[in-house]
Ligand binder design. Structure first.
Ligand SMILES: NC(=O)c1ccc[n+]([C@@H]2O[C@H](COP(=O)([O-])OP(=O)(O)OC[C@H]3O[C@@H](n4cnc5c(N)ncnc54)[C@H](OP(=O)(O)O)[C@@H]3O)[C@@H](O)[C@H]2O)c1
Length: 268
């Protein structure tokens, strides 16, 4: 695959997508676009062209990613709608539905995705949904691109707010747990760097066990728990901490917030 890709909005997530595709060996030409050229310097050593001209960069591309804040999407699409006629437009803007994107880019082939920051290290979970005019071959292209950043899954659009809350924002909450385990390591006398490495790597390994071996988390829990041992002692404490309802409430509220942002910004 060597389609020319333009990424409009090369901030936190746009930068992660660009770096991920470049590091993952994407063969086609890429252009990173943002408002301030200075911000784009970091992409040049990756062989990525840089620009501040949305129209020109969209016109030169076969596939355009739009990775700006939800409130900036309509403005960018108004600028590039002629240039993206018949092309794949991949929107990463949280909360903005396909119907809204279609209103502002009627002749593009639109895909809405929700990745997460794991893209920076080719370990993203990305959910995507497509407009009905996206062909099977175009979906295959999208899957190839998204698999370069980690793993991807096609979903019904009605799940996007929930996906945003679980995996889009997820690195934020899971970092709190890693931080808490690091503090716990300090409390029981580990040097800081060892505590952090051992917490983070344990987190990563546990996720990999569940994903790669298709194991249920409860099974992994049982596999580490021996009668009268250390794990059951810790689990006994954790079960009294209300961590499960806290996580459920947090994700439920994040899902509602996604809906509320869409209503506030009138992205329907
Ligand atoms: N960060 C995440 O973990 C994450 C995860 C999933 C989805 N997303 C989605 O990704 C999108 C971007 O989020 P982000 O965190 O990457 O935000 P960000 O760091 O603010 O990046 C957006 C970039 O787009 C630039 N921009 C704004 N208007 C533009 C325009 N008209 N033309 C070209 N560039 C423009 C911004 O410049 P200025 O700063 O000067 O405005 C900024 O550099 C959002 O819709 C968000 O919902 C983010």
């Amino acid at each position: 695959m060597n389609d020319k890709i333009t990424v409009i909005g090369s901030g936190m997530m746009g930068g992660a997508v660009i770096k991920s595709l470049a590091k993952g060996g994407y063969g086609g030409k890429m252009t990173a676009v943002d408002i301030v050229l200075e911000r784009l310097k970091e992409f040049e050593p990756l062989g990525v062209k840089t620009s501040t001209d949305n129209k020109k960069a969209a016109s030169d591309a076969d596939i355009v990613f739009i990775i700006v804040k939800p409130g900036d999407v309509a403005k960018v699409l108004a600028e590039i709608k002629e240039e993206i006629k018949g092309k794949l437009l991949i929107s990463v803007a949280a909360t903005a539905p396909l119907s809204f994107l279609k209103k502002h880019a009627a002749d593009a082939k639109i895909v809405r995705i929700m990745p997460n920051l794991g893209a920076l290290v080719q370990a993203a979970y990305t959910a995507y949904c497509c407009e009905s005019n996206v062909s099977v071959q175009e979906k295959e292209k999208v899957k190839t691109l998204l698999n370069t950043m980690g793993i991807c899954e096609e979903i019904d659009e009605k799940y996007m707010d929930a996906i945003t809350a679980v995996s889009g924002s997820g690195p934020g909450y899971l970092s709190i747990i890693i931080e808490a385990m690091t503090y716990a390591g300090l409390k029981v006398g580990l040097p800081r760097n060892i505590a952090l490495n051992c917490a983070a790597q344990t987190f990563m390994g546990t996720g990999k066990l569940i994903v790669d071996l298709h194991e249920d988390p409860a099974k992994i829990k049982d596999m580490t728990t021996t009668p009268g041992g250390t794990t059951i002692e810790a689990i006994y404490q954790i079960e009294q901490s209300q961590i499960r309802p806290a996580m459920i409430r947090a994700i439920e509220e994040a899902t509602k917030k996604s809906q509320a942002i869409r209503e506030k910004l009138k992205l329907e």
